[in-house]
Design a protein around this ligand. Structure first.
Ligand SMILES: [Zn+2]
Length: 235
C-alpha cells in the first residue's frame, strides 16, 4: 500500500484498532488493520499519523545500528544505559568481555577472531548481565504481584521488548534491554508479570501497573527515547 511517497505493508487482523509500526533497522512501515475497516478509512488513519511516521524513520536513520558495529577499539557500546568505549585485546585464551572502570569495555579474543564471533561473545556478555539483573528483580516482583511465571527467558526480538504467554506462563525478555537503563528492564519485567493477572492491555491492566509501578510511564518514555529503541515494542 502506498500513501504519498511512503510504502507500507498492510496486514488485516481480527483486531479492534488500527495499529502502525515503524520497524528497525530501516524504518519499514507495517499497518495492522481490523478486518472490516475500509481501505479509505485505513488511508485516512495513516495520513493522520504521517508526521509521527516520518519522525520515527528519521530517528532510525540517525541511530547507530547494531549491525554496523565492527567490534574494533574505539567503538561505542552501551551497557545499562551508559556508553562505553571498546578496547579489543587479542591474546590466546578464552573469549570474554570485562567492564573496566566507568567507561571502558575490554573484549578479549584470540588473534584473528571473526566479526561474527566477536558479536557472539558480546551477546553472551549481555545475556549474562541481563540474566543477573532479572534474577535480582524477580524475587521482589513475584512477591509484590503474587504471580510466578513457569519460565522466563532471554532472547533477541525485533519488535518487542518482552512477551508473555499467559496460558503457559512463559515470559521472554529482549536481550537488547541490557543496553538500556536498568529501570527499563524492571518496567518490562513488571509489565509481563502483570499479564499473568490480566492478559489484555485494558483498563484493568493499567490499574495494576499504576498500583505496582506508579512510574511506569516515565520508564516507558525513557525506553523509547534511548538509542536503538523500537517505535513500537509490544502489542
Ligand atoms: Zn503487554
Amino acid at each position: 500500500m502506498h500513501v504519498g511517497s511512503l510504502e507500507m505493508h498492510l496486514n488485516r487482523k481480527p483486531i479492534k484498532n488500527l495499529h502502525i509500526s515503524v520497524l528497525p533497522p530501516d524504518g519499514k512501515i507495517r499497518v495492522s488493520a481490523p478486518e472490516k475497516m475500509t481501505d479509505n478509512a485505513i488511508r485516512m488513519a495513516v495520513i493522520k499519523r504521517i508526521p509521527w511516521i516520518k519522525k520515527q524513520k528519521e530517528e532510525f536513520a540517525r541511530q547507530p545500528r547494531q549491525s554496523d558495529r565492527k567490534f574494533v577499539s574505539g567503538e561505542n557500546h552501551y551497557l545499562w544505559g551508559r556508553r562505553y568505549r571498546l578496547e579489543v585485546i587479542e591474546r590466546r585464551g578464552s573469549h570474554e568481555v570485562i567492564v573496566s572502570g566507568s567507561n571502558k569495555l575490554k573484549l578479549y579474543v584470540n588473534p584473528g577472531t571473526k566479526l561474527k564471533n566477536k558479536e557472539r561473545v558480546f551477546n553472551e556478555f549481555y545475556r549474562h548481565e541481563l540474566s543477573n539483573q532479572i534474577n535480582k528483580l524477580l524475587t521482589k516482583w513475584v512477591k509484590k504481584i503474587g504471580k510466578t511465571p513457569d519460565f522466563i527467558g532471554i532472547k533477541k526480538m525485533k519488535t518487542k521488548w518482552g512477551s508473555c504467554n499467559t496460558q503457559d506462563k512463559r515470559i521472554w525478555i529482549n536481550l537488547e534491554l541490557a543496553k538500556k537503563a536498568p529501570e527499563c528492564t524492571e518496567y518490562i519485567l513488571v509489565h509481563e508479570l502483570v499479564h499473568l493477572l490480566e492478559r489484555k492491555h485494558n483498563e484493568n491492566f493499567m490499574r495494576y501497573m499504576d498500583k505496582f509501578m506508579p512510574t511506569w510511564r516515565e520508564r516507558r518514555e525513557l525506553l523509547n527515547k534511548s538509542p536503538l529503541s523500537f517505535s513500537d515494542w509490544h502489542y
